[in-house]
Design a protein around this ligand. Structure first.
Ligand code: NAP
Length: 259
């Protein structure tokens, strides 16, 4: 399918690995020029070089922590006028409800609520002026079904979801489309670190921990960054213009809900 976005320019934050990289690669495949970001230079430059050589698009890189004000200024400065924004950052650490103090919540809110909001507030006015824009926020399945050990994620992402629900309807008249993409368990470094938590807590091997988590998914497997990226690219495409303020769940059927 021609996504109709060849020649457009996208900022994809936290995109040297995992789901962010899957989104960057799928957009590049559709002919979109990219600004990619991560804290570690080595993996970021390697990912950018691979994308340039495979898809022939322009890729700029910004090494910074996107959850800081300086990091946000750096990515926005490098990005300039963008048509597409995909927001992403690392997820908060696991624990139980009584583990977290105010500082832990502030950190999670900064990373998974206030950073995407700041990036939208800076990028969307230009999209409105140009009459076209797409924003996809990578959130989590935990927005629909709380993960008991990810209370910080449940809380921060719920806040972002509320903000997007109202904002998407305000910018839609100007051709700007904002939606959230909710990963269930995907085979990335993040999934490995959560497998490690299960392995440690239950004193089982990593293989057993991963098999146990996969057994709870109707698709009986973890998702891939490639299929996640293709869904993101569709949500950034010309064809997604009537999809406003939605929360698209990619979880292999893990959330047991009719809607
Ligand atoms: P991942 O494999 O750990 O990759 C994270 C990527 O983000 C890396 O490129 C990392 O590079 C970059 N990054 C992390 N923190 C950053 C920061 N502060 N500033 C800039 N770049 C940063 O993670 P993932 O599995 O793709 O997950 C992406 C998001 O989806 C996370 O918020 C995660 O909680 C959420 N999620 C994932 C799953 C899953 O099963 N994978 C499920 C639900 C939700 P550097 O480390 O070099 O910065």
């Amino acid at each position: 399918m021609d996504l109709g976005i060849s020649g457009k320019r996208a900022l994809v934050t936290a995109s040297s690995k995992g789901l962010g990289l899957g989104c960057a690669r799928a957009l590049a495949e559709a002919g979109v020029d990219l600004v990619m970001n991560a804290r570690g230079a080595e993996a970021l430059e390697a990912a950018a070089a691979a994308i340039r050589s495979e898809f022939g698009v322009k890729v700029d890189t910004v090494v910074c922590d996107v959850t800081t004000a300086d990091g946000q200024a750096a990515v926005l400065d490098a990005a300039g006028d963008i048509d597409i924004l995909v927001t992403n950052a690392g997820g908060p650490p696991p624990g139980v409800w009584s583990d977290w103090d105010r500082e832990d919540f502030i950190k999670a809110l900064d990373a998974n609520m206030l950073t995407p909001i700041a990036l939208m507030k800076s990028s969307v006015p230009g999209m409105i002026d140009r009459g076209w824009g797409r924003v996809v926020n990578i959130t989590s399945m935990s927005v629909k079904a709380p993960n008991p050990v990810l209370g910080l994620s449940n809380s921060a992402r719920a806040g972002l979801t509320g903000y997007v629900a109202g904002t998407a309807r305000q910018v839609a008249p100007h051709g700007v489309v904002i939606n959230n993409l909710l990963p269930g368990i995907h085979a990335t470094d993040r999934a490995v670190s959560l497998d490690q938590g299960v392995s440690k807590a239950q004193n089982i091997s990593m293989e057993e921990a991963s098999a146990q988590r996969a057994a709870g998914i109707p698709a009986r497997r973890y998702g891939t960054a490639e299929e996640f990226g293709q869904t993101c690219a569709f949500m950034c495409s010309q064809h997604a213009g009537y999809m406003i303020g939605q929360n698209i769940l990619l979880d292999g059927g893990a959330v047991l809900a009719t809607f």
